[in-house]
Design a protein around this ligand. Structure first.
Ligand code: GLA
Length: 401
């Protein structure tokens, strides 16, 4: 009887005081996910080799840590309803896989869905949330991406809250990634539920296009970028807007990959690589591991950047950084090369969200070109450069004290 009371008190307190695990994503999460390159074609060998490659290529050193298995790892539920991995694809089981990944100093992510089936038709978590969360904790999972297919008329906030509480009750700190495509404005309710939320439908490896699949569309880099408008006020440490996993290394040009990566840095977006880490060109590795661009993304203030100026397919983005510094990015959306001339004095910044100001008449800054790895003067002169099509220039401004 006494045992029973203790148990009920415990259960009661976990459900009354359930919350998200705080502090797991104080800067945007960095890692890899299988979907963009491999879609349903996942197995334990691919995951192990990807973990090996994350270390061997310097990505771990650069800050990447999550190895996330997306859809299609699932087998059947057992007689008690517990989910099991597909025995052919993951014959050694998930615990062995997480041990392997943890031994490399990396973390394991997994995927499920709030509905009764995943988007790839595997068993969803609806009705099994607590059992699934228990399994993930037992397996040593560190990150859960939770999708939104086959949810019928479920209430999104309620569905994600249920899984949050289930994860909390299971007791293992797990980053909770809400993959609800922005359909129910997760930025309005996601902050206390998850650590990041998708803001759009799926990305595709194309800089400027929309792919129509009939009942749904996937979006190019520029199309996703434009859908971030107005969302920055909702993001910050431990609660990020997620414009989807990256397509760097998946077929765009080097300029486009650099522009895509840089914009994700300016957006303070999660940096989840979506390419084959086992076969990367030197250019792809250089982009994904660039320490100075990554530092812009991982800045401790966690302020998402904003479009400050736009004309004729040329845009200028600003992102406030720690120590009064700023990142500035010139983006050329057009198919033609552009000449950039930017008059700092006419472009005083006043960002009401971050309460940061930058008046170039009062404050001169030194300028570093982060991709060229060069200090290139000060803001007391106009900035002039040539910018290739579908490319960026990323600068860091440091006030001269
Ligand atoms: C949805 C998600 C994708 C991916 C697939 C898996 O489309 O948005 O990121 O997880 O499902 O089926």
């Amino acid at each position: 009887m006494r045992k029973l009371t203790v148990l009920s008190v415990l259960l009661l307190t976990t459900s009354v005081f359930a919350q998200k695990f705080e502090g797991l994503a104080l800067t945007p999460p960095m890692g890899w996910n299988s979907w963009n390159k491999f879609s349903c074609d996942v197995n334990e060998q691919l995951i192990r080799e990807t973990a090996d490659a994350m270390v061997a290529t310097g990505m771990k050193e650069a800050g990447y840590q999550y190895i996330n298995i997306d859809d299609c790892w699932h087998g059947k539920r057992d007689e008690q309803g517990f989910i099991q991995p597909d025995p052919e694809r993951f014959p050694s089981g998930m615990k062995a896989l997480s041990d392997y990944i943890h031994a490399k100093g990396l973390k394991l992510g997994i995927y499920s869905d709030a509905g009764w089936k995943t988007c790839g038709g595997r068993p969803g978590s609806r009705g099994y949330e607590y059992q699934d969360a228990m399994k993930y904790a037992e397996w040593g999972v560190d990150y859960l991406k939770y999708d939104w297919c086959f949810t019928d008329d479920l209430n999104a906030k309620g569905a994600y809250l249920t899984m949050r509480d289930a994860l909390y009750a299971a007791g293992r700190p797990i980053v909770f990634s809400l993959c609800e495509w922005g359909s129910n404005k997760p930025w309005d309710w996601g902050k206390d539920i998850g650590h990041l939320w998708r803001t759009t439908g799926d990305i595709t490896a194309c800089f400027d296009c929309v792919v129509d699949h009939g009942s749904w569309k996937s979006w190019g880099v520029l199309q996703i970028l434009d859908q971030q408008k107005g969302l920055r006020i909702h993001a910050g440490p431990d609660h990020w807007n997620d414009p989807d996993m990256m397509e760097v290394g998946n077929g765009m040009s080097v300029n486009e990959d650099r522009a895509h990566f840089t914009m994700w840095c300016i957006l303070a977006a999660p940096l989840i690589a979506g390419n084959d880490l086992r076969n990367m060109s030197p250019e792809t590795i250089a982009i994904l591991t660039d320490p100075e661009a990554i530092a812009v993304n991982q800045d401790a203030l966690g302020i998402q950047g904003y479009r400050a100026w736009a004309k004729d397919d040329l845009e200028v983005w600003f992102k406030p950084l720690s120590n009064d510094e700023w990142a500035v990015c010139f983006l050329n959306r057009s198919k033609e090369e552009k000449t950039v001339k930017f008059e700092w004095d006419d472009n005083e910044q006043s960002d009401s969200f971050s309460k940061r100001e930058l008046d170039f008449e009062k404050t001169t800054c030194t300028i570093r070109d982060l991709w060229q790895k060069k200090d290139i003067g000060k803001t007391d002169k106009d900035f002039k450069a040539t910018l290739p099509s579908h490319d960026v220039i990323l600068l860091k401004l440091t006030p001269v004290k």
